[in-house]
Write a protein that binds this ligand. Structure first.
Ligand SMILES: N[C@@H](CCC(=O)N[C@@H](CS)C(=O)NCC(=O)O)C(=O)O
Length: 125
């Protein structure tokens, strides 16, 4: 079954990525020092995603516009990331933002709208 779905997923993925590229906002520009501070903060974040997922695309567009260098972890292509998402996050659903707090606690934030709200609060334009 997955072998039949694979070409379809590939096609949808190409479409989503193409649309994303055409419609994403220009990234904000920062002075190098300012960007380095933001990069240090985003180092504790990771986005679990599928390339072909439209909800992930919405989050990626926000990341691009805000110029946030957050590691993207493809949960379908990389088995380890997929397993981690399921076992530690608790749900096989993307997008999911893994937030590692300074005291070591980890929050798994699901739902594209909640992730975007979090990014807007933490990194206002
Ligand atoms: N309401 C969720 C919907 C997310 C959603 O439906 N994600 C799909 C991928 S597009 C998913 O994770 N499906 C699980 C699967 O493919 O088994 C959001 O806005 O983030």
């Amino acid at each position: 079954m997955s072998s039949i779905l694979e070409p379809l997923r590939w096609l949808i993925g190409r479409g989503v990525l193409g649309y994303e590229k055409l419609t994403r906002p220009e990234p904000v520009e920062r002075q190098p020092g300012e960007q380095a501070i933001i990069d240090a903060r985003t180092a504790s974040l990771a986005l679990y995603e599928f390339r072909s997922c439209p909800f992930c695309m919405m989050v990626r567009k926000v990341l691009h516009g805000k110029n946030l260098n957050i590691e993207k972890r493809d949960a379908r292509r990389n088995r380890a990331w997929g397993e981690e998402l399921k076992s530690e996050g608790g749900k096989w659903q993307v997008p999911c933002l893994k937030i590692t707090h300074s005291d070591g606690r980890v929050t798994w934030l699901y739902e594209s709208k909640d992730i975007i709200n979090y990014l807007n609060e933490e990194f206002p334009d």
